[in-house]
Design a protein around this ligand. Structure first.
Ligand code: NAD
Length: 481
């Protein structure tokens, strides 16, 4: 591309062009028009970024956790001061409704503050052993951490990884998704302003295969934190094995919303659609299988579809918009393809699945779709669609509900709706999923571990668990014999 570069890479605290001078275009998905031109990193840039991170680590990793925590607090304050700017970038680049983008920023600030405060409360032990002396453990940073992130919640997901990695004393090279690099580039500038050493946080947008691949292969990178599809995650795990890197993977999902006949059906119908259609269904936690007891299925489908049809699909910058466009024309084509496959396999559309047209014609909009008459063996129930589509699957008994919910290679998130307390606990324990909300859509909290079972991932984000995954545990024995 020959357009002027407006957004440079961030390496060693400096924004600049890529070594090979390449760049790529980023679109506004609500209009399909040009939003920015971004420098496209290559292997040489990854090598420069890792070298900068190695240098910065000498300084940052040697600081006491207390001192690092203070700098992280300054970083959180700066992100808070720039929250509206960052939310607007996210809104324009992802097509995320501005109200959602503001909510994301609020979590981002909370997460940075959590790790700023947590890092001096996370330490080793003294351990009784059979010899005379002192045996003790230390939590130490890993060194350089390479992060690779997706486009659906670009800044929030990057921050879930960056904040604990930095607080623990590591330095970072991040490869954001090419579709959505803008917010994290600005955020990383604020980290430098907050007093993190130049090179503590480097950002190298570029193609997954080359830039991500170079990061995964680099011998000076000690850990890879990845969020994205299961297929790419599996490839990363294989490649990282060559240098025995630590790896955490947050991958795809096909989560269940299980509704029993004793649930508050009115409440489920009013709330549960938002556990699928938020961010236009582009959510790893989307409860895209609505598994409902047959005796209340018709009532729930009617209520659920009415809520879905009333969702305000619109331009993301408008405060009343609840669902914006999909990220790209290609992603919308994929989702429309899934709907067509569902219909061909016997499903029926209750509502949605069409393009809204009118003022929204040129953006990548798609109305949220509810599919009925689905079995758990159909393609729409087995594969992660990553778009605004829910499949309704009926059951008769509790055992069936659990079997259907668990009959998937994934195990990321889920919801369970029932007023029976014993059943809440029984079914919650039986569901093979990493995260579950009972009688609510909410299941993600700053303080709680987040991560998948089965092919939805390895390792946990958030809470104190993220610090475990960002540190090495050293054992030292001092003999007094
Ligand atoms: P993706 O796997 O296509 O890409 C994710 C990142 O990996 C991008 O930055 C991409 O450029 C990079 N990449 C691609 N090929 C690579 C390679 N060979 N080596 C190294 N890096 C490579 O995923 P996506 O389309 O950006 O995001 C959607 C997927 O992410 C969905 O499957 C979704 O479920 C998943 N996701 C999971 C979570 C979670 O926390 N579990 C959160 C959000 C998204």
């Amino acid at each position: 591309m020959s357009t002027t570069v407006t957004e440079g890479l961030l390496i060693a605290g400096e924004r600049g062009e890529a070594a090979e001078g390449r760049s790529f275009e980023v679109l506004n998905p609500a209009t399909g028009t040009h939003l920015a031109t971004v420098a496209e990193a290559g292997v040489e840039d990854v090598n420069r970024a890792v070298a900068a991170a190695v240098t910065a680590y000498q300084q940052w990793g040697a600081l006491s956790p207390v001192t690092r925590g203070r700098t992280m607090h300054r970083f959180a304050n700066l992100v808070e001061e720039h929250a509206e700017q960052l939310a607007l970038l996210e809104c324009r680049n992802v097509g995320m409704p501005i109200s959602d983008a503001r909510g994301q920023l609020s979590m981002i600030i909370d997460v940075i503050r959590y790790y700023a405060g947590a890092v001096d409360k996370f330490f080793g032990n003294t351990v009784p052993v059979e010899r005379e002396g002192v045996a003790m453990t230390f939590r130490e940073p890993i060194g350089v951490v390479g992060l690779i992130t997706p486009w659906n919640f670009p800044l929030n997901i990057a921050n879930w990884k960056i904040a604990p990695a930095l607080a623990a004393g590591n330095t970072v090279v991040l490869k954001p998704a090419s579709l959505t690099p803008l917010s994290v580039l600005r955020y990383a500038e604020l980290a430098a302003e907050a007093g993190l050493p130049a090179g503590a946080l480097n950002v190298v947008p570029g193609p997954g295969g080359t830039v991500g691949g170079a990061l995964v292969a680099h011998p000076d990178v000690g850990k890879i934190g990845f969020t994205g599809s299961t297929e790419v995650g599996a490839g990363i795990a294989r490649a990282a094995a060559a240098t025995i890197k630590r790896v955490t993977l947050e991958l795809g999902g096909k989560s269940a919303c299980v509704v029993f006949e004793d649930a508050d059906i009115e409440k489920v119908g009013a709330l549960a659609p938002f556990a699928v259609f938020e961010n236009c269904g582009q959510d790893c936690c989307a409860r895209s299988r609505l598994i409902v007891q047959r005796s209340v299925k018709d009532e729930l489908v009617e209520r659920y579809a009415a809520t879905t049809a009333a969702i305000r699909v619109g331009m993301p910058e408008l405060p009343e918009t609840q669902v914006g466009p999909m990220i790209s024309a290609g992603q919308r084509d994929t989702v429309e393809g899934y709907i067509a496959t569902g219909l061909a396999e016997g499903a029926r559309i209750v509502t949605g699945g069409d393009r809204p047209g009118g003022d929204l014609e040129s953006g990548f909009f798609l109305r949220p779709a509810v599919l009925e008459d689905v079995t758990n063996q159909m393609t729409v129930a087995r594969e992660e669609i990553f778009g605004p589509v829910v499949s309704v699957i009926p059951f008769d008994t509790e055992e069936q509900a659990i079997a259907i919910a668990n009959d998937t290679p994934y195990g990321l998130s889920g919801s369970l709706w029932t007023r029976d307390g014993a059943r809440q606990l029984r079914v919650a324990r039986a569901m093979r999923t990493g995260v579950l909300g009972v009688n609510t859509n909410s299941s993600v909290f700053v303080q709680m571990p987040f991560g998948g079972y089965k092919q939805s991932g390895v390792g946990k984000e958030l809470g104190m668990h993220a610090l475990e995954h960002n540190t090495e545990l050293k054992s030292v024995f001092i003999s007094t014999e």
